[in-house]
Design a protein around this ligand. Structure first.
Ligand SMILES: [Zn+2]
Length: 345
């Protein structure tokens, strides 16, 4: 490979100009400053962040944060190019059918529906295209609220759902919500513990929260698994302890019980306890757990790989030539074949 082409291709792979905020050196989950191990530089985007592991709470996370302006730039300019399957192309109907938004929404709702009697108030954080709210609207007399900054697209799968969109969870009355759901949201947040505490504050006593995030221990790990859209990489114990530290009682925490295309995710169901005096649980992990996370990270080949480099270059060339629409369509087609194989279509 000629040096000229290597330089040209690396510019294609890393077109990102993002600025980092000050590095506090603190763990994203527990705030600890000791025993923080730097594992590798984030290479998928190459924005200057590093992947770290906390020796206190076993959290795995990217740090430091981007500046607010760069974070906005990342989601506005780079996110859909990095994840072209998020880009609607040609047929909107086929876009959602191949992604499986509706069957996945129905499967999630089946688990949550018993906690949504007539008159219940449901809040979804990060409602995306609105598939879950559209499904929830079929329930009798359930009040729907949501937080979703993508104003242009958040109504696409709402159907006839009547949703009160709010700017932030603080905009809801404390202790007013029966059920909060957050699917693939918490891993994007800069301060996951603070966010879980906000959910706790918004819920009524006895209210429930349902959280779904990727499971670090089940993911097929390569350096490309780690990218700036996901700031935290949870395991069942780290997510459970975080929820306990936010004041929740754990009802269920484990690999996703529905499997299928939801395999490789954690499903967490928590309750706001009825006794106000429940002490938040500690975040510290046992040394064996930290060692298990280290073993997983040490099994990843972090070295620059020509195969990975060329795969990324090919993707970026395809994006440059055909745009994200066609590339995303191919990714969705693969997902649709998987959906068909497991009978979810
Ligand atoms: Zn920590």
């Amino acid at each position: 490979m000629s040096e000229i082409f290597r330089c040209a291709s690396s510019r294609l792979v890393s077109p990102v100009r993002l600025e980092l905020a000050m590095d506090t050196g603190r763990c994203r989950s527990c705030g600890g400053i000791d025993l923080q191990r730097t594992v590798s530089r984030e290479s998928y985007v190459g924005g200057g962040q590093t992947l770290r592991r906390c020796g206190i709470c076993a959290a795995v996370y990217l740090a430091p944060d981007f500046t607010p302006e760069s974070l906005d730039l990342f989601y506005r300019e780079h996110y859909r190019r990095l994840f072209p399957s998020e880009t609607i192309w040609r047929s909107e109907q086929r876009f959602f059918a191949w992604r499986g938004d509706r069957p996945v929404a129905d499967i999630r709702l089946a688990r949550i529906e018993p906690h949504l009697p007539t008159g219940a108030h449901l809040l979804e954080i990060g409602s995306g295209f609105g598939a879950f709210l559209g499904a929830a609207a079929t329930l009798q007399g359930v009040r729907l609220s949501a937080i979703e900054p993508d104003v242009a697209n958040r109504g696409r799968l709402l159907g006839s759902a009547n949703v009160d969109f709010v700017r932030s969870i603080e905009a809801t009355s404390r202790g007013s919500i029966d059920v909060v759901v957050a699917f693939h949201v918490v891993e994007h947040l800069a301060d996951p513990l603070a966010s879980l505490r906000e959910i706790h504050a918004a819920l009524k006593v006895g209210g429930r929260a349902f959280v779904e995030v990727p499971d670090l221990m089940q993911g097929l790990l390569s350096p490309s698994y780690f990218h700036p859209a996901h700031l935290s990489y949870f395991t069942v114990p780290t997510l459970s302890r975080l929820a306990g530290a936010a004041g929740f009682r754990i009802v269920q925490a484990g690999p996703h019980p529905d499997g299928g295309i939801l395999t490789e995710n954690i499903w967490l169901e928590v309750e706001k306890p009825s006794t106000a005096a429940v002490a938040p649980r500690a975040l510290a992990a046992l040394p064996e757990e930290v060692a298990a996370v280290d073993a997983l990270l040490d099994a990843v080949d972090w070295r620059a790989s020509p195969v990975r480099h060329w795969r990324r270059t090919a993707k970026h060339l395809a994006l440059a030539m055909f745009g994200p629409g066609l590339v995303g369509e191919l990714q969705r087609f693969r997902q649709w074949r998987q959906l068909r194989r497991i009978g979810w279509t």
